[in-house]
Design a protein around this ligand. Sequence first.
Ligand code: ADP
Ligand code: MG
Ligand code: MG
Length: 255
Amino acid sequence: MATLDIRDLHVDVVTETESKEILKGVDLTVSSGETHAIMGPNGSGKSTLAYSLAGHPKYQVTSGSVTLDGEDVLAMSVDERARAGLFLAMQYPVEVPGVSMSNFLRTAATAVRGEAPAIRTWVKEVKQAMKDLDITEEFADRSVNEGFSGGEKKRHEILQLELLKPKIAVLDETDSGLDVDALRVVSDGVNKYKADSDGGVLLITHYTRILRYIHPDKVHVFAGGKIVESGGPELAEELENNGYLRFTSGKPAAV
Ligand code: ADP
Ligand code: MG
Ligand code: MG
């Protein structure tokens, strides 16, 4: 049983010219076996939360805490976060020319498991995971994220989830840019991870669409840099019907 605990988190985004507070006191607890959806208008700070959890240097925590089973996540390096069992989908969004997917995944698995998986079993493991996720075999030989479509990037994330089996997975806008078939594959991948590993999922999304395939236990509305309302799946239905206007004082959301 693992628990990610976010307490009164305040985060500034630091650019060349200024530093601006984006997260204004986020409180959230995600435990093993739970699926939480964070939904909110564009520009409300959802991705900033994900980047902050990932330890991106542009996002500076000014106060509050993040712990995983009591361990201070904010004091950990990006690698240490992964080893502790935290998976952040955007952790490796960059292209890595010359590094094949299979090598990349083995390196990641080595970091998380503390020892390199034996080549023979590893190849079998990767093949099986790719088959389960409906990913063609040639994908394993391609360079990481190089020329990947949006859908392929997402499949890559889900493949990592399947192979690394983290305790808590944070997935930011996993549904954006996915056609219905890809959405299905990704959702099946997340659901398989939940069933196999009893992992906790924090799913950050603007659209309710993916929640037809991945059923959240709890839904949180994010606006103005914090959670402004929490509820069950019925809250997602309300958002589907009425949008976010109720949470943005009638002002249209920033794009
Ligand atoms: P969301 O994911 O909810 O659409 P974001 O977290 O991407 O929201 O953005 C929240 C606010 O923080 C926006 O005003 C955005 O312009 C600003 N912001 C986020 N990241 C950066 C960045 N790297 N540089 C400058 N501003 C940023
Ligand atoms: Mg956005
Ligand atoms: Mg975003």
